[in-house]
Design a protein around this ligand. Sequence first.
Ligand SMILES: Cc1cc2nc3c(=O)[nH]c(=O)nc-3n(C[C@H](O)[C@H](O)[C@H](O)COP(=O)(O)O)c2cc1C
Ligand SMILES: Nc1ncnc2c1ncn2[C@@H]1O[C@H](COP(=O)(O)OP(=O)(O)OP(=O)(O)O)[C@@H](O)[C@H]1O
Length: 308
Amino acid sequence: MKIYHELSSLQIANCTACGIGNFDGIHKGHQKLIKELLRSSQLRNIDSLIFTFEPHPSKVLSSDNNVKFIMTPNQKQQIMKSYGIDHFILAPFTLEFSRINYKDFIYDILINKCNAKVIVVGYNYRFGYKSEGTAHTLKEICHKEGIDTIIIPPVKYKGQIISSTFIRNLIEKGDMKSAAEFLGRPFTVEGFVQHGNGIGKKLGFPTANILPEQELILPPRGVYAVLVRWKDNIYKGVANLGIKPTFNGDSIWLETHLFNFSKKLYGEKLEVMFIDNLRREIKFNTAEALAMQIQNDFIRAMEILKLI
Ligand SMILES: Cc1cc2nc3c(=O)[nH]c(=O)nc-3n(C[C@H](O)[C@H](O)[C@H](O)COP(=O)(O)O)c2cc1C
Ligand SMILES: Nc1ncnc2c1ncn2[C@@H]1O[C@H](COP(=O)(O)OP(=O)(O)OP(=O)(O)O)[C@@H](O)[C@H]1O
């Protein structure tokens, strides 16, 4: 997969089928769009291209400068690569870019620079200055230019239209089971294992500690049954996402205990997948009381993960 971070020198030689959007979370609605994009590019023997924006437009356009996302740009890139996308464009999104008229976006960027012969968007896609471009106007212009437009009808799950916004709310509420159902994969935090204070090891439950990236949306502080990917293997475990109030911590760590595992993980990259929530984080009066509760957490997490 070729990755592009700027548009000024962009000129794709091969004809392409282009999918456009933010794709935060690459949920089941996005997956349907990507499937259609790949199908159509294979059918016509042209390249597949995903056109997205970096940073996410809401970071530039929203007055809230604390916007959070379901996945990091790195996670998004890895998943697009695994789907076999040929070109992945991360257009630098600035205020100036946001003022591009929707017609200029179609002609200058999609047709001229991306060499689009097919454009795939969702039913509700809006683009260009003041979101004046719609899936319908895109189809009209493309028709005149001999370019095919595929508009994906709303993908629903349990009667609900799937969207990144809806899934962000599920994660914020700690409903990790539903989040995984809407995403089509568990919500995942990745990072490199750092040294903790060594208290866990003393209490009999060593943990691999990760500092989640600032821009990631996080579920409430609490204990979760998790699966952990390390070097292409999957392990079962239980994780605490929180500040460790029992020990007067302040920053938010994701601390995972892997079952039946004794290797050193310092410096290693882990992907922690949230399967289900067990309880909220509590301030215990003693370390022993915490250790007793953690034994119960282990048993409950093992029960949940037994079914997986
Ligand atoms: C399953 C599990 C549940 C936890 N629950 C809590 C909790 O409710 N309250 C708390 O203060 N810390 C909780 N922790 C965090 C522990 O306090 C922390 O892992 C321990 O202090 C070790 O930290 P260290 O790795 O920095 O030594 C939990 C950890 C695990 C693995
Ligand atoms: N449920 C869905 N069904 C069909 N198409 C969808 C669905 N959700 C998103 N899309 C399409 O996928 C592309 C990328 O979507 P985008 O990430 O911009 O929107 P979103 O998932 O609705 O996010 P948000 O909730 O942040 O607006 C767009 O073309 C969009 O129309």
